[in-house]
Write a protein that binds this ligand. Structure first.
Ligand code: NAD
Ligand code: 0WE
Length: 263
């Protein structure tokens, strides 16, 4: 019996088998959860349907989180199959490419800042709002994905780092709002993983190498490791945990970065 047996989870942000959302889906499935998915656009539809089938799910709905009506439709369609569900996973981020490269001040724009915060942060609030009627009374939880760039200035992460700081604050405010309803909200701050969202990032390999040099575990982490932590946070094993940012980063955040004897 898995720690999520009998639980239902909606996963937002699956794009490929490299997605962090894929690692989460894999672990949730192993732990006995039933799964539903949304996809951003028609380009991703068949790929997400295929991955869903791999996890015994045929519940796959379109949802561009930029639009409230798309979020409402996705929840309405889901409710036709599931009267309620226990876990909402938000694994979505976007900033225009020019906002996550080069000098922060030179490149940041009002429009880029707005898009990054709308898609990467407000979407969590909007999804939670729409999911609440379906989650009420389940003792369920909301989970999102953050990154170290929320805490320290990471080269090139720029506007996304500011958005992740806002996302982490949003988790705390969600925890305060959901707590009285018996629901929880948490985030995982993951180390760098080579996903589609990371594919276009200049020097991503260098970032991963720097992590392995500095992190206590002397390596990078996998989407499966993030998935296992996600299973814990969304299970009753974590019934006392809310408003938490759990680092799944090989310990990178805990050390100074001054390694006198790199591996
Ligand atoms: P990914 O490309 O696999 O996933 C990003 C997802 O965001 C995609 O499924 C994409 O369709 C979705 N998305 C973007 N705009 C959207 C919109 N308007 N509507 C609906 N969906 C939209 O990449 P990933 O690395 O798995 O990213 C998932 C989350 O993990 C993000 O929040 C990211 O910031 C976070 N994260 C990633 C890393 C990393 O190194 N890969 C590290 C820490 C945190
Ligand atoms: O959160 C992220 C990346 C999210 C992301 C990725 C893209 C690529 C394509 C957001 N918006 C876009 N926009 C695009 O046009 N990560 C944690 C991965 C990441 O991205 C970086 C990193 C790391 C790590 C960007 C610069 C420096 C480090």
């Amino acid at each position: 019996m898995g720690i999520l047996s009998g639980k239902k989870a909606l996963i937002v942000g699956l794009a490929s088998t490299r997605s962090i959302a894929y690692g989460i889906a894999k672990s949730f499935h192993e732990q006995g959860a039933s799964l539903a998915f949304t996809y951003q656009n028609d380009k991703l539809k068949s790929r997400v349907e295929k991955i869903a089938a791999e996890f015994d799910s045929h519940l796959v709905f379109p949802c561009d989180v930029a639009h409230d009506d798309a979020i409402t439709s996705a929840m309405t369609e889901l409710q036709k199959n599931w009267p309620s569900f226990d876990a909402l996973v938000h694994s979505v981020a976007f900033a225009p490419a020019d906002q996550i490269s080069g000098d922060f001040v030179d490149h940041a724009t009002r429009e880029g800042f707005g898009i990054a915060h709308d898609i990467s942060v407000y979407s969590l609030i909007a999804l939670t709002k729409a999911a609440l009627p379906l989650m009420e009374g389940t003792q369920g939880s909301v989970l999102t994905l953050s990154y170290f760039g929320a805490e320290k200035a990471v080269p090139n992460y720029n506007v996304m780092g500011v958005a992740k700081a806002s996302l982490e604050a949003t988790v705390r405010y969600l925890a305060a709002s959901l707590g009285p309803r018996g629901l929880r909200a948490n985030a995982i701050s993951a180390g760098p993983i080579k996903t589609l969202a990371a594919a276009g990032i200049k020097d991503f390999r260098k970032i991963q190498n720097a992590y392995a040099d500095v992190a206590p575990l002397q390596r990078n982490i996998s989407a499966e490791e993030v998935g296992n932590a996600a299973s814990f946070l969304c299970s009753s094993m974590a019934s006392g945990v809310t408003g938490e940012i759990l680092h799944v980063d090989a310990g990178y955040h805990a050390v100074s970065g001054c390694n006198l004897d790199p591996a």
